[in-house]
Design a protein. Structure first.
Length: 589
């Protein structure tokens, strides 16, 4: 009851801060819709919750494949709109009933890069203007809120189907994705997802024959709340090499994962299998790992937790089995509301030696909406390099699975989620293990990944900008540019250069979404002196058809150019160029 009174009082304070207009009565119902993105990429299957601050009633929905969401009609009141998804830091914004229609855009940051945001932090920022007796009540309200019930429909689903019509000597492309969500009982919900992408061989006359590249994803999640869930997913990608080396005619990657989460604690089991991830290393490996994390201390100003991951990997051409254990501890301490310190320790224990790397960082809020962030990680104990180092796969926006020799990060963040936001983050990392950095989501198109060798020094800058122009137009831009160079300049190694850019805009009155992505990768060829380079431009448009059911027309264009490509997918034409016209439909039912 005390928490109810405290949060109700907070709602009254927010409403009182809105200028009163006697000639404009408050609406009886609110319509809230918007988008959820990450670095200009739409985030699908994110949970969006509307929390009424007067009675703590919640309404929820899920984002579609293009990151859009529409909440059911809400009765008038002050709401916290919360977007959450596994692997991202939650984001929160406030909706005050000054009008009927509310268009919002939410941006999710990864757990590694994102700033810590919560309802507690927003209430903390109001403490300076509240009297002492109210502060005592708010201290009790700072306890985590439990979202125990949901108003999810008994059944809902979505389907997307795309076909790429290519030039004669280029591979045709097809993609089909299906998602089904439902509720059973009063609080349990289930979410099943599947996605299949195929690149057909234009030289093969057999219908639905062996593809030259393929990617498939299957996942199922059962949960009783955003913090209590079971998830199983399986992914597989394969592609063909154009110039096989030592029998490495193609690459293949498979992964099967199970995750259990209860509150902030999480346990995961992962099986990973790869063959010929790099064409000049024609070997495969199988690994299984068990990991999890658990918070040990959580207060208003401090939190501390530990994570553990145990891995066993076997390599086809090596008799020994590699066993490692990663143990890490992380914490934050808010010295004052404007300065948050991060600290921790990462370690890796193996039969051939140990690695220990302390890390520290800070977030300094120089103004209400502007912050400086920075972090440092450095190995104080390092092991000798192994004779066999299997490559790891990381996404361009997340490299938390690897332990570099050192890493320095500095960034600048300004703006707010409700209007405009700009961020720029620079990172310098010395890589100890070989990596394949993947730019696409859902583990697709591995042939376009960037190879980074052990000993390379990686430098990159990530810039993101988001702006809302009233309630009609939203612009979201994100770009990453960097190099990876060998630490030994006399070893004959050449630099790797990569540029990735994404732009997404939404025009609300017509229901039109436009997404453009650009990728340029230049890296040394494995077997010849000339560099391998590829450029890709994707243009995608989604247009709502305003039918009784939500149907969107999807149109797209893909342009690609490659030089000295080791992958068959890019070298089917003598000029190394390809063009695809893409069309399809997306249906929500």
């Amino acid at each position: 009851m005390r928490r109810f009174r405290a949060i109700a009082l907070f709602a009254v304070v927010v409403v009182a801060a809105v200028p009163a207009r006697p000639d404009t009565p408050l609406p009886s119902a609110l319509q809230v819709l918007g988008t959820v993105t990450n670095a200009a990429r739409p985030v699908a299957d994110a949970l969006v919750i509307a929390l009424n601050l007067q009675d703590l009633k919640t309404t929820q929905t899920w984002t579609t494949n293009d990151g859009r969401f529409v909440l059911p009609a809400l009765r008038s009141g002050v709401y916290k709109i919360i977007a959450v998804k596994q692997g991202f830091a939650p984001v929160i914004t406030t909706v005050v009933p000054t009008g009927t229609d509310h268009r919002i855009s939410l941006r999710l940051d990864s757990e590694r890069d994102g700033r810590k945001k919560s309802v507690n932090q927003e209430i903390w920022e109001l403490r300076g203007s509240l009297p002492a007796d109210v502060l005592r009540s708010l201290d009790f309200a700072l306890l985590p809120l439990e979202f125990a019930s949901y108003e999810l429909p008994r059944f809902r689903g979505e389907m997307i189907s795309l076909t790429g019509v290519a030039e004669q000597a280029s591979p045709a492309y097809a993609q089909t994705a299906l998602g089904v969500q439902g509720r059973f009982g009063e609080s349990w919900q289930v979410d099943i997802r599947g996605d299949l992408q195929r690149f057909e061989d234009p030289t093969d006359t057999v219908s639905f024959g062996s593809p030259i590249a393929e990617s498939s994803v299957m996942s199922m999640e059962v949960s009783s709340s955003p913090e209590n869930s079971y998830r199983v997913d399986s992914t597989r990608s394969s592609w063909v090499y154009a110039d096989p080396h030592d029998g490495a005619t193609g690459g293949d990657v498979s992964s099967h994962n199970f995750r259990w989460q209860r509150g902030p604690a999480r346990v995961e089991v992962r099986y990973f299998e790869q063959d010929n991830l790099f064409s000049d290393q024609p070997m495969g490996s199988r690994s299984i790992e068990i990991g999890g994390n658990m918070p040990l201390l959580q207060t208003r100003r401090n939190d501390f937790g530990v994570s553990l991951r145990v891995t066993q990997e076997s390599v086809e051409s090596v008799e020994d089995i590699f066993r490692t254990m990663d143990l890490a501890a992380n914490g934050t301490f808010a010295m004052v509301p404007s300065l948050i310190l991060h600290y921790g320790l990462a370690s890796r224990l193996a039969l051939d030696g140990e690695e220990v790397a302390p890390r520290s960082g800070a977030e300094w809020k120089i103004t209400k909406n502007t912050s400086l962030i920075g972090s440092v990680l450095y190995k104080v104990i390092d092991r000798e390099p192994d004779a066999v180092l299997m490559p790891a796969i990381v996404f361009w926006s997340d490299d938390a699975r690897v332990l570099p020799r050192y890493a320095y990060t500095f960034g600048f963040v300004t703006g707010n989620e409700s209007n405009a936001r700009f961020s720029a983050v620079a990172t310098v990392t010395a890589v100890d293990d070989p990596l394949r950095v993947v730019f696409a989501d859902m583990q697709s198109q591995f042939w376009d990944g960037l190879r980074i060798d052990a000993g390379d020094v990686r430098r990159d800058v990530r810039i993101a900008y988001r702006r809302e122009f009233g309630k009609r137009f939203t612009l979201d831009v994100g770009t990453t540019a960097g190099t990876a160079s060998s630490a030994d300049r006399h070893g004959g190694e050449r630099d790797k250069v990569y540029i990735s850019g994404d732009l997404q805009s939404t025009f609300t009155p017509t229901g039109t979404t436009l997404a453009v992505s650009y990728r340029d990768v230049q890296q040394p060829h494995e077997m010849i002196e000339d560099d391998y380079r590829t450029e890709r431009v994707h243009v995608r448009m989604a247009q709502s058809l305003y039918l009784p059911i939500d149907v969107k027309l999807l149109l797209g264009l893909e342009l690609a150019r490659s030089e000295n490509s080791p992958y068959l997918l890019d070298t089917l034409t003598p000029e190394g160029r390809s063009k695809k016209f893409i069309g399809g439909l997306a249906v929500n039912f």
